[in-house]
Structure formats: C-alpha cells, structure tokens
Design a protein. Structure first.
Length: 435
C-alpha cells in the first residue's frame, strides 16, 4: 500500500498515458471498422429509396476520411455529388458543443453539389454552390444513425416556372436492428407559379417505415395550414388539410389505408366544409401502379389507364357540407379475377357497390360544374335529374336524392331494379343528351 501511495502520481500519469494512446490509436482502427458501417448505411438508404449511390472517391487517413458519392435518380441520371468528411470514432468532441454524446462510430458532415448538366428538377432547384444543402450524420457504434439536412431557402426560375421554398428542415433516424426509418420534414412555404400553380404553407410530414425480409410497413402523416393548386383550370384552395397513409408491402403486393380531412375547400366559386375521405386499397400490384403514376407525370404521350392495378378499393366515407346541402357516399370495387392482369375493361373487371346521398340543389350544382368542363352540349341539370328519376337511377327522399348501385357479371342492380349493362349505358347517354 505504501508503494502505491508513493507512486500514485506516476500510476495516474500512466493511466492517462494509456488512455491517450488508446484515443490516438482507436481512430485508425475505427477507420477500418467505419468503412463497413458506412457501406451498410449507404446500402440501406439505397435499397429503400428510388436513388442509387456510387462511391467515386474514398480517401482514408488516420482520424478522418474524405469521400464523394454520386447520387443518381431512378432513371440512372446523375443528380448530385455528396462531398463529405467522415470523422472516425470512438470520440468526436465537437458533438459536445451541441449537447450530444461525443461517443460515436463515425460522424459525417458534407454538402450536396448539383450536377450542372442534370435535367432533373431537384439539382436545378438546389444548384447553389455558395449555399448548398448541408448534411450531418451521427452513426453510433451499433450502426444506428441520425441524419440532419440543412436546406437553404430557394428563389429560382426554371424554364417557365418560378419556385420558392423557405423554412425547410429534414431529419431522419435509422435503427439498424429493425431496419427502420423515422423522419420529419418541415416546410414553412412552398410555391410554384408558371404552367401550374402550387402553393402550400406550414407543411409538416412525419413518416415511419420498417423494412424486414422483403416487406415494408409503416405510415405517413402530413398536415398543412393551406394548399392552393390549379384543378381543371380553376384555382382550388384547401384549409387545415391533414392526411394519414398506412402502407404494407410484401413482395409485389401493397395495401394502402388513407384518411384525409379538410376543414374548408374553396373551388369553382363554392365552399365545402368538413370534408372527410377514407380510402382502402388492397393487393395493389406495386410495379404496375408505380409505373402508371410515372407515365402520367413524366410521359408526354397520353396513355390509357389500366384498371388491373388493385384487387379491392373501398371508399368510406366520402362526405362534405356546403351551402347547397350535404353529400355522402361509399364505394367498393372488388376484382372479379384476383391476380389476373389480362386486359379487362373496367366495367367487367370489378363488382361494384356504390351508395350516394345528396341534396337536390347540390347535385344540380355538381352537375353544372362537371358539365361546364366539356365542350359538347349536355342537358341542363333539372332535365338530367328528371330523366334519371324516370328510369329509377335516382330516388327522391324529401329534398335528397339517393343512388344504390351494385354491379355483377355485366348486370347492374340500381335502386333494386335489375338492368343489363348495355341498357344502363344507353339510359345514361340519353339522360345527358336527350331533349
């Protein structure tokens, strides 16, 4: 004990020296371990997004590594260089200044640099070398990660459209054991003016997705203070809009459960209140569904819609109120031949159940709005409704009109009246055009 007391200071110095030596040597060893964690993180993000990543530079030194990633779109078009520095663990004292634990597997900080010749919208939108998108990522020793995106404000004209993005922030948390992603996106203001009009304020989007053994499950919640966009050449605005989307995908099939609510909608010089919409899609053929969406967005050629992308669609409820009265409806479309992707027209592919309850005045107004979008002459609303009542396609109950429709095997049961499909089509055409 006396020897320990006599040499206590020397022992203390020896312990400090060993610790310092370990701190000096550890980053070199962590540099080798880091590469495995880095590749795993990049691989997870790549396999769970529509982007691919190519390492074009990886220069490892004792304490840090300089790297460049080439980020490509789903169409394999180069979009960004992610130029970044990777600081090796196990300790990065700089995190203490942010009130975070300094013990990490690695720390990444860098910036996104747009590819000049890219024709993709995102690189053009954030093409600012003086103020690029900056990314910081903390990867823990167990490969969990936290990513933070510092997104600059954007005021830019691209082609014939003007873009404004302000107050944006994105965070992403990754849990390696569950292969789970949790994130949040905030945007104070987003504006597009030109060929189309989109304006939103106070966007908040939260998502939670888990990927395990070929399946994806999770949900997405989005809320907006206001949204304005152009529909059918009319400016439409939504106030206090919120939506939740639950998804589950196994192999090539996906299920979706969507719930949408809006406090107020202004469209076609009308105001709708308390809109509620619930949609359930089962057994969606994901590749066909995604391909059709991509065709509608990016293709210049108008393509017909294929109706074999899902086996079941349920809409319940779809309802709202207006000064002209109330509207409520439910719909079910159930595939006749589940899994059959042969070309079958819409009417013969699905058994249908539709229920509608709408005030007389509101139906007339809805008819006028829809018909006004067509150039060809159609009957006025009162004559159309009278014709539909004559053939029992609409039932009157006080000041409300009711429709109950079921279709099966090419025949329709409308308000308890059995009608062949050809007769239904002829009567509907007659109600639209006859005088």
């Amino acid at each position: 004990m006396k020897a320990i007391k006599d040499y206590l200071f020397e022992i203390f110095l020896a312990i400090i020296s060993v610790c310092l030596l370990l701190l000096l040597v550890a980053p070199y060893w962590f540099g080798y371990q880091m590469q495995s964690s880095y590749e795993k993180l990049i691989g997870s993000i790549s396999s769970n997004s529509n982007y691919s990543y190519e390492v074009v530079e990886f220069d490892r030194s004792w304490f840090s590594t300089h790297a460049d990633l080439l980020i490509k779109s789903a169409a394999n078009q180069p979009m960004f260089y992610f130029r970044h520095q990777i600081i090796h663990g196990p300790v990065y004292l700089g995190l203490m200044l942010e009130g975070k634990s300094p013990f990490v597997g690695l720390f990444i900080q860098g910036q996104l640099l747009s590819i000049p010749e890219s024709n993709h919208l995102l690189p053009q939108l954030f093409d600012n070398k003086n103020d690029p998108v900056r990314i910081e990522a903390v990867v823990k020793i167990n490969d969990d990660a936290f990513l933070e995106f510092n997104i600059p404000d954007v005021y830019k004209t691209i082609s014939t459209s003007q873009y404004k993005v302000s107050g944006s922030a994105l965070t992403l948390e990754y849990f390696s054991l569950a292969n789970r992603f949790i994130g949040e996106l905030k945007v104070d203001e987003f504006l597009v003016q030109g060929g189309s009009v989109i304006e939103l304020s106070q966007l908040l989007l939260n998502f939670d997705q888990a990927v395990m053994q070929g399946s994806v499950a999770g949900d997405l919640v989005v809320s907006l203070d206001s949204l304005k966009l152009k529909l059918m050449d009319q400016l439409t605005s939504f106030m206090q809009l919120s939506a939740r989307i639950k998804n589950k995908k196994t192999n090539s099939l996906m299920d979706l459960d969507i719930d949408v609510n809006a406090a107020k909608i202004n469209a076609f010089n009308e105001q709708l209140n308390s809109l509620s919409l619930g949609v359930k899609l089962s057994s969606v053929y994901y590749d066909l569904f995604a391909g059709q969406i991509e065709d509608q967005i990016y293709s210049d050629v108008e393509k017909p819609v294929d109706w074999h992308v899902f086996d079941l669609l349920e809409v319940k409820p779809f309802s709202f109120f207006s000064e002209h009265g109330a509207f409520s409806s439910s719909l079910q479309l159930k595939s006749i031949a589940s899994g059959n992707t042969d070309a079958i027209d819409f009417y013969h592919r699905y058994n249908t159940q539709l229920n509608v309850e709408v005030s007389d005045i509101l139906l007339k107004r809805l008819y006028e709005i829809v018909i006004s979008t067509f150039d060809t002459h159609k009957n006025d609303a009162s004559l159309f409704i009278n014709k539909m009542q004559q053939v029992n396609y609409l039932e009157r109950n006080a000041n409300k009109l009711l429709l109950r429709l079921q279709s099966k095997d090419g025949k329709y049961l409308i308000n308890d009246l059995l009608i062949p499909y050809q007769d239904f089509e002829a009567n509907l055409t007659n109600a639209l055009h006859a005088k």
